[in-house]
Design a protein around this ligand. Structure first.
Ligand SMILES: Cc1ncc(COP(=O)(O)O)c(C=O)c1O
Length: 346
């Protein structure tokens, strides 16, 4: 099935090719400053080559190498997708509240953002479908969602995607490792689909700025490459990514611990009479009495050295705080006692 092509992309040259690994002397792109051996590891004297990590990801996910694109965080993947497929006159459809970078990327691309509200309760599949028109070039779901933490049932995702057959269908799955849902099967069902994943969330290394996209249609990745900066992922991050993939067992049990603590924290907050949205991610959205109360709690926790996320008071989630699930039992206990102290004074 054809993918939407923007006027901008028709005017753009193709992207830089990735440098193949088996070259002896690279005289095209390599910087000509001599490699000061001993000071600079050999690997850093060339521009980064994503192909090893790309291959490792493809092996792990059971897809072919040309279905994978490594990016500087999931952010970079989303930015590339939106920049490649949106321009003035075209729109992107998603739910609100959403990951706050989405509206920014859509605005930067000059496109229109169309949203349906989804905070709690059933996913608004039919409302989203009714928003799709012939100018919709991207439909994006985030499951589990940020900032609410909710997972979208797969049949609802599929039904939405099937009604978006003239658009690129993006599933931001950066929190998928914290729930029982694998996004991969969408690739077999939806011809123009893309899954976005993040090492920040799956392996706890946001500083590495490492993410990737997996698609059912490699032409989508070519379009992304057209608008991307060349070599945006550093050699160090690529090497770290390959090492992390080797340690899946350890990371899987670390994620299980977070899932367990999520349940403990959610139950504890509910026992205190606090309303918490059910979460399938590594954070909880916790309700305060009012937007002012939410901001005060956030400020007072900060004074105690604990950072939680507040939102603009006039937004649909102004009365909520987003609390990341602590990993250690000590941090969980510290959060609980700070929360008790702060909220008992209000
Ligand atoms: C839903 C969602 N997508 C993408 C990202 C970006 O992740 P990364 O750190 O890999 O750029 C985030 C970060 O918080 C997120 O919440």
């Amino acid at each position: 099935m054809a993918i939407p092509i923007t006027e901008r992309s028709k005017r753009m040259p193709l992207a830089y090719p990735n440098t193949p690994m088996d070259v002896d002397i690279q005289l095209d792109l390599k910087d000509s400053i001599p490699n000061w051996r001993g000071l600079v590891p050999d690997v850093e004297s060339s521009y980064p080559d994503t192909s090893t990590l790309q291959w490792r990801i493809s092996e792990k996910r059971g897809v072919s190498i040309d279905q994978v694109r490594v990016t500087a965080g999931a952010d970079d993947a989303l930015w590339q997708l939106i920049t490649a497929f949106l321009e003035p006159g075209l729109n992107l459809i998603t739910t609100s509240p959403c990951f706050p970078m989405i509206p920014r990327y859509v605005a930067a691309a000059g496109g229109e953002l169309k949203t349906c509200q989804w905070l709690d309760g059933d996913f608004p599949t039919q409302s989203l479908i009714s928003q799709i028109d012939d100018k919709t070039s991207v439909v994006l779901v985030t499951s589990p969602n940020n900032p609410t933490g909710r997972c979208i049932p797969f049949d609802q995702i599929l039904s939405l995607a099937e009604n978006a057959s003239n658009s690129v269908f993006v599933w931001d799955a950066v929190y998928a490792d914290y729930c029982n849902q694998s996004p991969l099967k969408i690739l077999d069902c939806v011809p123009n689909s893309v899954i976005v994943e993040s090492f920040s969330k799956s392996y706890g290394v946001p500083g590495a700025r490492l993410g990737f996209a997996i698609t059912s249609n490699p032409e989508i990745l070519e379009r992304m490459a057209q608008v991307a900066q060349p070599y945006s992922v550093s050699t160090g991050s690529l090497a770290l990514g390959a090492t992390l993939l080797d340690q899946e067992t350890e990371f899987s049990s670390a994620r299980q611990k977070i899932i367990k603590n999520r349940e403990l924290l959610q139950n504890w907050l509910q026992d205190q009479g606090i309303s918490v949205l059910p979460s399938d991610a590594n954070f909880l959205l916790v309700r305060s009495g009012s937007a002012t109360e939410a901001l005060t709690t956030c400020e007072q926790l900060k004074k105690k050295g604990i950072l939680v996320r507040s939102f603009a008071p006039d937004s649909e989630i102004g009365t909520y705080l987003r609390v990341g699930v602590p990993y250690t039992n000590e941090d969980l206990a510290l959060f609980q006692s700070a929360w008790m102290e702060v909220t008992s004074c209000q």
